[in-house]
Ligand binder design. Structure first.
Ligand code: FEO
Length: 170
């Protein structure tokens, strides 16, 4: 049995990760409509990774004999009015998700729940990568995105991103 607070936060995080998947699908949707299929691909792959994050937490809860409450997933609420605006909304979202993971970690630490802390170690590292990816994307866009040639090259680069299953097995 998991600590009540830890269980509640993990359960909520399943929903938050599914929301992240939904949000990035909306980003992909935006870039599809702009004709930037590489950017659309990048966020489509990101949406798949977010679904994986939700599934890892889902499986972890069940492995610990906890039933998951599947709540409604909120509608993506970020205003998507420019390419750079979308990229920045992605970074902002990842910083928020990092704070959520840190909150669960703190609760697990207070409850001496070393098992959950071990699971969350992977998520802490993953969040560092996610923020780094979002920052790099913004930096590249600032450097190259303001000319048609630069945007074309960047779009091609992002088209090459492929989905990979998570390194963590639960
Ligand atoms: Fe699941 Fe992008 O954090």
């Amino acid at each position: 049995m998991l600590n009540e607070k830890v269980k509640k936060l993990l359960n909520e995080q399943v929903n938050k990760e599914l929301y992240s998947a939904y949000l990035y699908l909306d980003f992909s949707n935006y870039f599809e409509s702009r004709g930037l299929n590489g950017f659309a691909n990048w966020y489509y792959v990101q949406a798949q990774e977010e679904r994986d994050h939700a599934m890892l937490l889902y499986r972890y809860l069940h492995k610990n004999n906890e039933k998951v409450a599947l709540e409604a997933i909120a509608q993506p609420d970020k205003k998507l009015d420019s390419d750079m605006g979308v990229l920045k909304a992605g970074l902002e979202h990842e910083i928020y998700v990092t704070s959520l993971i840190n909150d669960i970690y703190s609760a697990a630490q207070s409850a001496k729940d070393y098992r959950t802390m071990q699971l969350l170690d992977w998520f802490v590292k993953e969040q560092s990568e996610e923020e780094d990816n979002a920052n790099n994307l913004i930096a590249k866009m600032e450097l190259f995105g303001s000319t048609p040639n630069g945007l074309y090259m960047l779009n091609n680069e992002l088209a090459a991103r492929v989905y990979a299953a998570p390194s963590l097995v639960v």
